[in-house]
Design a protein around this ligand. Structure first.
Ligand SMILES: Nc1ncnc2c1ncn2[C@@H]1O[C@H](COP(=O)(O)OP(=O)(O)OP(=O)(O)O)[C@@H](O)[C@H]1O
Ligand SMILES: O=C(O)C1=C[C@@H](O)[C@@H](O)[C@H](O)C1
Ligand SMILES: [Mg+2]
Length: 195
C-alpha cells in the first residue's frame, strides 16, 4: 500500500485519532504476548510508532546483553538459563517509562514474569490460527523450540499448553493477514475501551 493510500484510509485515520487520546491517558507499558510468529515484534514496532512511544523487543534485549543469539543461548546454556535472563529483562523494562514491549513467546508462561506484567503493564494477547503460525515461523530458522521435530506439531502442542496462560492477559486480539495498521488500530481501540 502506498503512503497516500494509507494516510487516506479510514482505519489509518482512526488509528491516529485514538492514538492521541490513548498516548495521553496510558501510563503503563503495553506488553504484547502470544505464540511464536503471531507478530509481536512486527506489530509492536508499528504500535510504538503510532503512539510515539519507545519500543523494546525482549528477545533482542537478551541477545544484546548476552552478545549471542537466542539459538546460541539455548544451545550453550539451555532453556532455564534463557528464562532467567528473560525474567530479569522484563523486570527491568516494567520499571521503565511506559513504552511498547514485545515479549518472546514463552515469557508470559513463566508465573513470575506473568505476574509482573499483569501488575505493572497492560498485557495484550495477540492470537491467530495455527496454520498461519506454521507458515510464518517457517520463514526463518531462528526459533530453537521448533527445531526438535515437526514445527506444526510442536506449535499445536504449545498452543494447547499455553493458551490458559495467555488468556490471563488484559486484552485478547485475534489477528488476521490484513494490513498491520488495522491490527494496530484494533489494539489501540481495545486498550482505550479497557482503560
Ligand atoms: N499481520 C501479519 N500479516 C502478515 N505477516 C505477518 C503479520 N504479523 C507478522 N507477520 C510476519 O510473520 C513473521 C513472524 O512475525 P514476528 O517475528 O513479528 O513474530 P513474533 O510474535 O515476534 O515471534 P517470536 O515470539 O518468535 O518473537 C514475520 O515474517 C512477520 O513479517
Ligand atoms: O515461545 C518461546 O518459548 C520462544 C519464543 C521466541 O520469541 C524466543 O523467546 C525463544 O525462541 C523461545
Ligand atoms: Mg518476536
Amino acid at each position: 500500500m502506498t503512503q497516500s493510500q494509507s494516510s487516506h484510509s479510514p482505519s489509518a485515520t482512526s488509528a491516529r485519532a485514538s492514538s492521541g487520546s490513548l498516548a495521553a491517558r496510558l501510563d503503563r507499558p503495553i506488553v504484547l504476548v502470544g505464540l511464536m510468529g503471531v507478530g509481536k515484534t512486527t506489530v509492536g514496532r508499528r504500535l510504538a510508532e503510532a503512539l510515539k512511544r519507545s519500543f523494546v523487543d525482549v528477545d533482542h534485549e537478551i541477545e544484546r546483553a548476552a552478545d549471542r543469539t537466542v539459538s546460541e543461548i539455548f544451545a550453550t546454556h539451555g532453556e532455564a538459563y534463557f528464562r532467567e535472563g528473560e525474567r530479569r529483562v522484563v523486570a527491568r523494562l516494567m520499571g521503565e517509562k511506559a513504552g511498547v514491549i514485545a515479549t518472546g513467546g514463552g515469557a508470559f508462561i513463566d508465573a513470575d514474569t506473568r505476574a509482573l506484567i499483569l501488575d505493572k503493564g497492560v498485557a495484550v494477547w495477540l492470537d491467530c490460527d495455527l496454520e498461519t503460525l506454521v507458515e510464518r515461523t517457517s520463514r526463518r530458522n531462528t526459533r530453537p523450540l521448533l527445531r526438535g521435530g515437526d514445527p506444526a506439531k510442536i506449535l499445536a502442542e504449545l498452543k494447547e499448553q499455553r493458551s490458559d496462560s495467555y488468556a490471563q492477559a488484559h486484552i485478547h486480539i485475534v489477528t488476521d493477514d490484513g494490513p498491520h495498521h488495522r491490527t494496530v488500530s484494533r489494539i489501540i481501540e481495545a486498550i482505550d475501551a479497557w482503560l
